[in-house]
Design a protein around this ligand. Sequence first.
Ligand SMILES: [Zn+2]
Ligand SMILES: [Zn+2]
Length: 75
Amino acid sequence: MEKKEEEEKNVETHICNNPDCKNEGKLRCPNCLKLGIKKESYFCGKECFKSYWTEHRKIHELCKIKLYNIFNIYR
Ligand SMILES: [Zn+2]
Ligand SMILES: [Zn+2]
Protein backbone atom coordinates (compact mmCIF):
# COMPACT_ATOMS: atom_id res chain seq x y z
CA MET A 1 0.00 0.00 0.00
CA GLU A 2 1.60 3.18 -1.08
CA LYS A 3 0.66 6.47 0.36
CA LYS A 4 1.67 9.53 -1.50
CA GLU A 5 3.45 11.87 0.76
CA GLU A 6 2.36 15.42 0.76
CA GLU A 7 5.04 17.83 -0.14
CA GLU A 8 5.52 20.70 2.13
CA LYS A 9 4.73 23.89 0.44
CA ASN A 10 5.79 26.33 3.07
CA VAL A 11 9.16 27.70 2.19
CA GLU A 12 11.48 27.15 5.07
CA THR A 13 15.12 27.90 5.18
CA HIS A 14 17.31 24.90 5.63
CA ILE A 15 20.96 24.90 6.39
CA CYS A 16 23.37 22.56 4.71
CA ASN A 17 23.75 19.40 6.72
CA ASN A 18 27.50 19.46 6.40
CA PRO A 19 28.61 20.86 9.77
CA ASP A 20 31.54 22.62 8.16
CA CYS A 21 29.23 24.47 5.88
CA LYS A 22 26.72 27.14 6.71
CA ASN A 23 25.21 27.66 3.34
CA GLU A 24 21.56 27.39 2.64
CA GLY A 25 20.52 23.84 1.93
CA LYS A 26 18.75 23.68 -1.36
CA LEU A 27 19.44 20.15 -2.41
CA ARG A 28 17.53 17.49 -0.61
CA CYS A 29 18.94 14.03 -0.26
CA PRO A 30 16.77 11.70 -2.37
CA ASN A 31 17.18 8.91 0.14
CA CYS A 32 15.92 11.14 2.92
CA LEU A 33 13.04 12.08 0.73
CA LYS A 34 12.17 8.43 0.31
CA LEU A 35 12.53 7.73 3.98
CA GLY A 36 10.60 10.81 4.94
CA ILE A 37 13.45 12.43 6.79
CA LYS A 38 12.78 16.11 7.02
CA LYS A 39 15.54 17.22 9.26
CA GLU A 40 19.16 16.92 8.29
CA SER A 41 18.38 16.10 4.73
CA TYR A 42 19.37 19.34 3.05
CA PHE A 43 22.62 20.21 1.40
CA CYS A 44 23.77 23.33 -0.36
CA GLY A 45 25.01 21.34 -3.31
CA LYS A 46 26.32 18.08 -4.60
CA GLU A 47 29.81 18.77 -3.32
CA CYS A 48 28.70 18.89 0.30
CA PHE A 49 26.36 16.02 -0.24
CA LYS A 50 29.20 13.87 -1.51
CA SER A 51 31.76 14.94 1.04
CA TYR A 52 29.40 14.39 3.93
CA TRP A 53 27.84 11.26 2.52
CA THR A 54 29.75 8.78 4.71
CA GLU A 55 28.42 10.52 7.79
CA HIS A 56 25.06 11.37 6.40
CA ARG A 57 24.20 7.87 5.32
CA LYS A 58 24.09 6.84 8.96
CA ILE A 59 20.92 8.85 9.28
CA HIS A 60 19.32 6.56 6.75
CA GLU A 61 20.26 3.53 8.80
CA LEU A 62 18.87 5.13 11.92
CA CYS A 63 15.75 6.08 10.12
CA LYS A 64 15.14 2.62 8.82
CA ILE A 65 15.16 1.44 12.40
CA LYS A 66 12.91 4.24 13.49
CA LEU A 67 10.65 3.95 10.51
CA TYR A 68 8.05 2.07 12.47
CA ASN A 69 7.87 4.82 15.02
CA ILE A 70 7.58 7.44 12.34
CA PHE A 71 4.71 5.56 10.82
CA ASN A 72 2.99 5.51 14.15
CA ILE A 73 3.36 9.25 14.52
CA TYR A 74 2.59 9.94 10.92
CA ARG A 75 -0.26 7.51 11.10
ZN1 LIG B 1 19.81 11.38 3.25
ZN1 LIG C 1 27.17 22.86 2.13
